[in-house]
Design a binder for this molecule. Structure first.
Ligand code: C5P
Length: 201
C-alpha cells in the first residue's frame, strides 16, 4: 500500500528542507508541489494564459533556471488562486502521492485537498522574521540581488493571498501536527519532523 506524508505551511518555513530529509530518511519519493505553480507562473510571464500554461506544463519546465526568483514566486501565487489551474495540476500530484514505495509531498493544500487521507500530515511554520531571514540568505547565496525587506514583503503578500483565496487556501488540516521551527536549527527541525512521523506511524 502507498504511504503518503503531507507537509504544508507558509512560504520559507523550512518545508522543502524538511521534506527532502524526511524522504531520504524513509526512502520515499519527494514532490515539491510549489515547483508546479512556479513553473506555471513563470510561463505566464511570457504572456501564456495561466490555465493553458498549467495544462501544457512539461517536465523540463520544472528545471527552468529562475524558478526560485521573487518575481516567479509572486506569479506562482497569482496563478495558484485560479481554480482551473489547481484542477489541471491535481491528477499529477495525486498520482505521485499514490506511487508504490511511499511519497512525501510539500505545498499548501496537500493535507487538505490533494491527499486528505495522507498517513501523516505536518504543518510547518515559523515567524515572519525568521522565514524572511532564511529566504533572504538563500536568495543571496544564489546570487539574487534582493533586500531583506523585499523578501519579507514578498512572503507576507504571498501568505496573505494564499490564505485568503477561495480555492484550496493555505491552512492546516484539522488532523495535522504543527511544527513551529522559529527557534530550531534545520537539523533540529528535521529531527522533530522525523520523530513526529515515527510517533504517528
Ligand atoms: O512553496 P513555494 O513557495 O515554492 O510555492 C510558490 C507558490 O505556489 C505559493 O506561494 C502558493 O501560491 C503556490 N502553491 C500552492 N499550492 C501548493 C504549492 C504551492 O498554491 N500546493
Amino acid at each position: 500500500m502507498a504511504f503518503t506524508i503531507a507537509i504544508d505551511g507558509p512560504a520559507a518555513a523550512g518545508k522543502g528542507t524538511i521534506s527532502r530529509a524526511v524522504a531520504l530518511h524513509f526512502g520515499f519519493a519527494h514532490l515539491d508541489t510549489g515547483l508546479l505553480y512556479r513553473a506555471t507562473g513563470r510561463r505566464t510571464l511570457d504572456g501564456t494564459d495561466p490555465v493553458e500554461a498549467a495544462l501544457t506544463l512539461r517536465p523540463e519546465d520544472l528545471d527552468a533556471e529562475d524558478l526560485r526568483s521573487p518575481d516567479v514566486a509572486q506569479a506562482a501565487s497569482r496563478v495558484a488562486a485560479i481554480p482551473e489551474v489547481r484542477q489541471a495540476l491535481l491528477d499529477y500530484q495525486r498520482a505521485f502521492a499514490s506511487r508504490a514505495g511511499g511519497a512525501v509531498l510539500d505545498g499548501r493544500d496537500i493535507g487538505t485537498v490533494i491527499c486528505p487521507d495522507a498517513d501523516v500530515k505536518l504543518f510547518v511554520t515559523a515567524s515572519d522574521d525568521v522565514r524572511a531571514r532564511r529566504r533572504h540568505k538563500e536568495l543571496c547565496e544564489k546570487g539574487h540581488d534582493v533586500s531583506f525587506l523585499e523578501v519579507l514583503e514578498d512572503l507576507r503578500q504571498r501568505d496573505a493571498r494564499d490564505s485568503a483565496r477561495a480555492a484550496a487556501p493555505l491552512k492546516p488540516a484539522s488532523d495535522a501536527i504543527t511544527l513551529d521551527t522559529s527557534s530550531m536549527s534545520i537539523d533540529e527541525a528535521v529531527d522533530q519532523a522525523i520523530e513526529s512521523i515515527q510517533t504517528a506511524l
